[in-house]
Design a protein around this ligand. Structure first.
Ligand SMILES: [Ca+2]
Ligand SMILES: [Ca+2]
Length: 391
């Protein structure tokens, strides 16, 4: 109930009409009743790492413990010793229209030596008529000043739209850069080998096509994707897992996917969905069913604690953190998916694990589809135990 006491007008009304009751309740838990801006963390003993953000999208820790993250309107920020600073402002070139904007960020595996930071965003190549394009650029951090210097355009010219640009970036254990690109709400593109939409791409760290790519002379690593918003490599066996938004209202409800990504494989959009099978197409390892929506976003493999080895990912419309337990007898299967933090903080966009084993979770209520609290958006810190205790 306390989280519904949002307007001060409502508080005043309740206070005057029920003053006797209110005083009695205050003896029990006054701060909870007065807390207009209750951030939900009181119940969890968690911490706020950053607040008053706007749609934090992807996060990654640097080896020195700093947390890099994007905010969709066009800012890359860095949190160091609990203080959030703007690292790079691209709001004058980024087009945040609908779900487009500054999306992915990742650091080079040798970031400590070369300072390379990769940033993917949508921009407007033309305003009238509106033509949105996805671009990937590389900046280099000056080792002395920590300031970003533009380094190179890694890739440009991938068609964009107001939805389904996707954009998570991840370096694999093979040192190659993987970038998931959505089908920009044009399902046929996912099956079109002449375009990069609806694909997961694999490239060298300078944007060239690796000589050992599965389709010769092509960036395409896998195809048939709709809106894949999470990429994670298993820390031990190196397998690439992905989360993907299911058909939504296009082809019945829900059926958000967890996929195990294999080179040259076709993940079926828009030909199959959910548990459907067809020769030559991949059925998801696990999906949310035909009545449940996760709207899954960023995911990682947990490397510490009781959850070690689990694939966890956040959900926007699902408003939860999900934990997929990999089958101990078959690393290509998922035993179960548990739901945590359901409707506690609203829409959750991404999660990363700190060196301390804590989970850093990006809340996304300012993305145009949420119900922001005063402090939103936030990055919150919770331990596995805190999350489990309040489930
Ligand atoms: Ca990433
Ligand atoms: Ca699929």
């Amino acid at each position: 109930m306390k989280r519904n006491l949002k307007s001060s007008t409502l508080n005043m009304h309740i206070a005057s009409a029920c003053s006797v009751l209110f005083i009695c309740l205050c003896l029990v838990s006054c701060d909870e009743w007065f807390d207009d801006d209750d951030d939900g963390l009181n119940d969890f003993n968690g911490q706020v790492y950053a607040d008053h953000l706007d749609t934090p999208w992807e996060l990654e820790f640097a080896p020195d413990g700093r947390l890099f993250f994007t905010q969709r309107p066009g800012v890359v920020s860095v949190i160091e010793n609990g203080k959030t600073n703007v690292w790079l402002k691209l709001d004058s070139v980024v087009a945040e229209i609908g779900e487009s904007g500054l999306l992915g960020v990742t650091l080079h595996p040798d970031f400590a030596q070369n300072g390379y930071v990769y940033v993917g965003y949508t921009y407007a190549a033309s305003k009238s008529p509106l033509k949105l394009v996805n671009k990937l650029v590389r900046y280099k951090e000056d080792p002395a000043t920590k300031a970003p210097m533009f380094d190179m355009v890694v890739m440009d010219g991938i068609a964009g739209n107001y939805v389904h640009n996707s954009g998570p970036l991840e370096f694999g254990p093979d040192g190659k850069l993987y970038w998931a690109i959505g089908e920009i709400f044009s399902p046929e593109l996912a099956q079109d080998m002449n375009v990069l939409n609806g694909k997961i791409l694999r490239m060298n760290d300078n944007g060239s096509i690796p000589s050992d790519n599965p389709f010769p002379a092509s960036y395409i690593y896998s195809l048939g994707h709709r809106n894949p918003q999470g990429l994670a490599f298993h820390p031990e066996n190196g397998a690439l897992w992905s989360t993907e938004h299911g058909p939504s209202e296009e082809q019945g409800c829900c059926m958000d996917e967890i996929n195990l990504i294999k080179p040259t494989a076709n993940y079926g959009w828009p030909i199959i969905r959910g548990s459907q099978t067809q020769a030559g197409l991949e059925t998801p390892v696990y999906h949310s069913g035909d009545t449940t929506t996760w709207a899954p976003t960023g995911g990682i493999f947990v490397t510490q604690g009781d959850w070690k080895g689990s694939f966890i990912f956040t959900g926007l419309r699902g408003q939860a953190l999900y934990r997929a337990t990999i089958d101990p007898n078959d690393a290509t299967k998922i035993q179960k998916v548990d739901r945590y933090l359901y409707q506690k903080f609203g829409r959750l966009r991404n999660v990363v694990e700190g060196a301390d084993g804590k989970l850093y979770i990006a809340v996304s209520n300012q993305d145009g589809r949420g119900d922001p609290k005063t402090q939103d958006d936030r990055i919150i810190i919770l331990t596995q135990k805190q999350i489990e205790k309040n489930n």
